[in-house]
Ligand binder design. Structure first.
Ligand code: ADP
Ligand code: GLC
Length: 519
């Protein structure tokens, strides 16, 4: 199949979270299965044009009654198969994307022109196909920034070269929907009837993700449990209704792990490789981690690790909220080390620094550090992820395959990837709790620490069990292919039926032949 991914992020070019990992790894996995995959992303300021190849000429993109002009660059995706590489196309528009930040900057977290930037990008995706004379079987959009791709396909481009193309929208995080003033709708160039029919309207505002949900031929999110949660009021972020409405064509497909990057047997960021059968490298990683953070290199004290965006979704209020969160009492009461790598909300960054200065066994690094994130996964004994909600979550999967049992809240993708510890049998792969409260986090960390000191054989078995998991992308990529095929079959059947009941849209020749001659 010919598959075009449209995304605002893709590693190694642009990343704020797991979306970037998922888009690139899924594309590579699909190419390895033999499909022809291309990715379209904006050319942000930090993407150097130098190593890229420029497509000849400029590209005009019709938006809001006029044209925006841009350039297009491309390159092969690193890590994709040499015989069937994934090509990445960069939409280069200086005014929209030639600035620091993907969606915003610390002083302007959501750029005021974001609705225009990503409307333009979504429309440009189709112009790109014309420019390279390549028309996909599937356009696959991700999250609100490319949610207009299925909308354009349905309302503006359904005939001509995209007649057989189907659209898929993957929701990586329902908490972000792209809600803006409805005046921005003009810029789409679509008729106002589409504002209502196409599902843009949201309490008199413009909701880009909602429109995508109404228009895509198929929808999915990144785990089965999260798929169910999003159809309920508590987890639906006000879009549970539209998602229930689309439920026949909405499913959950768990993300995988890019095992070329996250693999303890060949990870170049850790001191020594290790596997379930040979764990000495894990002990070496723990010593290195304790050294890096200036902690005593004691192999017997459990290290609890955490790598996260510092935002409410990740449970940081209950863990680090000043005078409220449980991190302080966990470190005060338990014989552990606690290390955190993260960046995000300013209050939380300050609190992490404050805890580091008040507690001898707590250390934090503020920032985004790829290399250190590998050492934390490898060197920790437990990985903490008390998420308020979690569509899939990648870090708990990384920690499982690095022999680091996760301590997680029972929500979303965490339910689908972690099995709770059973004290009676020693079964399970991690520790789970239900309520997002400081007390529940405290108790569950305490439970894991108790098992570490008192049920060592259970912890060893849990580590090994976690390391056996097959989180390869191939399994998930096959499910995406099934979804693409199903959408294609249904679309062509629907087109045939439409042609049969509307003779005007059937091939002209036949109808003309049947008509009696006027003479
Ligand atoms: P989300 O996308 O909601 O942030 P995921 O668990 O799906 O959560 O993915 C987060 C990704 O970002 C992982 O690859 C994780 O290692 C990485 N990450 C998050 N914060 C940092 C950081 N401060 N430094 C390095 N990597 C980080
Ligand atoms: C989102 C979600 C995360 C998921 C990632 C990739 O950022 O918060 O749970 O793993 O997308 O799909």
């Amino acid at each position: 199949m010919k598959i075009l991914m449209a995304s605002s992020e893709a590693v190694p070019f642009a990343k704020t979270g797991g979306l970037a990992d998922a888009v690139s790894a899924l594309s590579i996995a699909l190419a390895k299965l033999g499909h022809e995959v291309k990715i379209a992303i904006p050319r942000y300021y930090n993407v150097d044009r130098e190593p890229l190849t420029k497509l000849e000429g400029e590209m005009g993109v019709p938006v809001g009654g006029f044209e925006e002009w841009c350039a297009v660059y491309y390159t092969n995706m690193p890590g994709s198969p040499t015989k069937n590489p994934v090509e990445v196309f960069f939409i280069d528009h200086e005014i929209f994307f030639g600035r620091d930040g993907i969606y915003g900057t610390p002083s302007e977290p959501d750029f005021i022109d974001n609705p225009r930037r990503f409307t333009f990008f979504s429309r440009a995706v189709f112009q790109l196909c014309h420019k390279i004379r390549w028309f996909p079987d599937v356009v696959h959009a991700h999250d609100w920034p490319s949610a207009l791709v299925p909308v354009y396909l349905k309302y503006a481009l359904r005939n001509g070269p995209f007649e057989k193309t189907v659209s898929v929208l993957t929701i990586h995080n329902l908490g972000y929907q792209g809600v803006y003033h409805k005046d921005n709708f003009h810029y789409t160039g679509l008729g106002w009837n589409v504002f209502y029919e196409g599902g843009f309207e949201d309490w008199n505002m413009l909701n880009l993700l909602k429109a995508g949900i109404y228009s895509a031929d198929r929808l999915n999110t990144v785990s089965e449990t999260y798929c169910e949660e999003t159809k309920q009021q508590a987890g639906g972020f006000r879009l549970d209704g539209p998602l229930r409405y689309r439920s026949a064509n909405y499913r959950g497909i768990l993300n995988g792990v890019d095992t070329d990057v996250w693999n303890p047997q060949k990870d170049s960021y850790i001191p020594k490789p290790f596997s379930a059968g040979e764990l000495s490298g894990k002990a070496a990683a723990k010593a290195e981690l304790q050294k890096f953070f200036g902690l005593a290199q004691d192999p017997d004290v459990p290290v609890i690790g955490m790598i996260t965006r510092l935002t409410g979704q990740k449970g940081v209020g209950e863990l680090f909220g000043p005078g409220y969160g449980s991190a302080y009492s966990i470190c005060r009461d338990m014989n552990i080390n606690f290390v955190v790598l993260g960046s995000g909300e300013a209050w939380c960054e300050h609190e992490l620094q404050s805890l580091s200065s008040r507690l001898s066994n707590f250390r934090a690094v503020i920032g985004y550090k790829e290399e250190l994130s590998h050492l934390i996964e490898a060197g920790s004994d437990f990985f903490l992820m008390p998420s308020r909600y979690e569509p899939c979550g990648l870090n708990q999967m990384y920690s499982l395959i690095y022999g680091t049992p996760p301590i997680v809240r029972r929500t979303g993708g965490l339910v689908d990837t972690v099995q709770n510890y059973d004290e009676a049998t020693g079964g399970g792969t991690g520790f789970m709790f239900d309520d997002l409260t400081p007390q529940a986090i405290y108790n569950t960390v305490g439970w894991a620490v108790w098992a570490y000191y008192n049920r060592k054989e259970h912890i060893d078995a849990m580590r090994k069990r976690g390391m056996q998991h097959d989180f390869s992308w191939e399994k998930s990529a096959k499910k995406y292919v099934d979804m693409y095929k199903d959408a294609g079959v249904k679309k062509s059947a629907a087109q045939k039926t439409a042609a049969a009941i509307a003779p005007d849209s059937a091939p002209k020749k036949k109808t003309a032949e049947k008509r009696p001659s006027k003479k």
